[in-house]
Design a protein around this ligand. Structure first.
Ligand SMILES: Cc1ncc(COP(=O)(O)O)c(C=O)c1O
Length: 397
């Protein structure tokens, strides 16, 4: 189809200039274009499990479609799912959550969007991890707030320096974003670190968005949530969902858990935007939480196997140095020793070696000096990618 060029200039709202993006989708488009011109590409750029959604969940979704779950539902989510989520979160975070504190949304991402729309005013300060999930910074800037990055440090296992963090909290701080296990570094904030962060925040009147979407994908130790600390229950917004844990990225389902008055406001934003999350998807979500969990354990085992291979092989490459990630499904090697800038190296590996990965700078300015590889691909493909990178490095580094 030929697109007719527009004749009138598009008068976009100014705020659109402040909206960022998630580079993974752009790299995927470029990788696909190279593939259609005949090049073989190994995809290590996109952050979604390569596994199929477990069959019990698919069957529940199909049954739901066939039995009429094809209509609108309540904006905050189906009561049965909100109840199941409240039970799951109460159990997993050792906290008493009620269904009216739960809002079901299409994916984890809308919780970032909606809670920030509901809470953050122009000029407010928002502290967020850098490198970090790019949507945080994008949304902060879109809303005209001030983005205050807290640098994650490789030498601290990609946690941040808590004293440095404490120094960033001011009277204008409205929201603090935490993410553990962390995208893109795979870093995990353990209980001791979360408690230290909690002490640094003290009883200040700030809200905390705790993005725990990778909370079940942990290789060592146990996931710990700020929500488990009683003094932080009222101030914490938990973001979690089904995309990563149950390989359900395309179903679009996630949720937030927050104080009930805020949950009502987020539901109003749902009414104004999506109306509701797809009803059959929510029925499948009930099965995901209620049904057999062995697929999650199997997925974690497989990711661990791939992580071990990836990290040990990357550490053999000239100019690469790679920490062991303890959660999520990414590895984040330091590539300063190659003498290449991150973006240039990521682009060149795609074009010359046929390996798609992301520049650390896709996750913020402190990502310079790093690349992100997703291990959501088969061990054979990871091996193929490593061989290609190895060959390329031996010729160019
Ligand atoms: C840290 C983090 N938060 C939230 C999300 C959003 O997940 P969803 O696909 O459920 O919207 C992602 C997805 O990559 C993520 O990495």
């Amino acid at each position: 189809m030929v697109t007719t060029p527009a004749t009138r200039p598009l008068k976009l709202a100014r705020r659109m200039q402040r909206l960022g993006t998630e580079t993974a989708f752009e790299v995927l488009v470029r990788a696909r274009a190279l593939e259609s011109s005949g090049k073989d590409i190994v995809h290590l750029e996109i952050g979604e499990p390569d596994f199929d959604t477990p069959s019990n969940i698919i069957e529940a979704g199909v049954r739901a479609l066939k039995s009429g779950w094809t209509h609108y539902g309540p904006s905050a989510g189906l009561p049965g799912l909100r109840q199941e989520i409240a039970k799951y979160v109460s159990r997993s975070r050792n906290v008493d959550v009620s269904p009216d504190q739960v809002v079901v949304v299409p994916g984890g991402k809308p919780i970032i969007f909606f809670t920030m729309l509901a809470l953050v005013e122009e000029g407010d300060e928002v502290i967020y991890p850098n490198p970090g999930f790019p949507i945080y910074e994008s949304m902060i800037e879109f809303l005209g707030a001030r983005a205050v990055p807290i640098r994650l440090r490789e030498e601290q296992g990609f946690a941040f320096d808590v004293d440095e963090f404490a120094g960033k909290i001011t009277d204008r701080t409205k929201l603090i974003i935490l993410n553990s296990p962390h995208n893109p570094t795979g870093g995990v904030l353990d209980e001791a670190t979360i408690r230290k962060i909690a002490r640094a925040m003290g009883d200040r009147d700030v809200m905390i968005l705790s993005d725990e979407i990778y909370g079940r994908l942990i290789f060592e130790g146990e996931h710990f949530s700020l929500l488990s600390i009683p003094e932080f229950r009222e101030r914490t917004i938990l973001l979690d969902g089904f995309s990563k844990t149950y390989a359900m990225t395309g179903w679009r389902i996630g949720y937030g858990v927050m104080r009930q008055d805020l949950a009502l406001q987020v539901s109003r934003l749902m009414t104004n935007s999506n109306s509701c999350t797809a009803s059959f998807t929510q029925i499948a979500g009930i099965e995901a939480l209620h049904g057999d969990q062995s697929s999650v354990d199997e997925m974690v085992q497989e990711f661990r196997r791939r992580r071990d291979l990836m990290v040990s092989e990357l550490n053999r490459l000239r100019g690469f140095r790679c920490q062991m990630p303890h959660g999520a499904f990414y590895v984040f090697p330091n590539i300063e020793g190659t003498g290449w800038q991150s973006k240039k190296l990521a682009d060149t590996l795609l074009e010359q070696a046929g390996v798609a990965c992301l520049s650390g700078t896709s996750f913020g300015s402190y990502g310079e000096g790093y690349l992100r590889f997703s291990i959501a691909n088969s061990i054979e493909n990871i091996q193929k990618a490593l061989e290609r990178i190895h060959k390329w490095c031996s010729e160019h580094v």
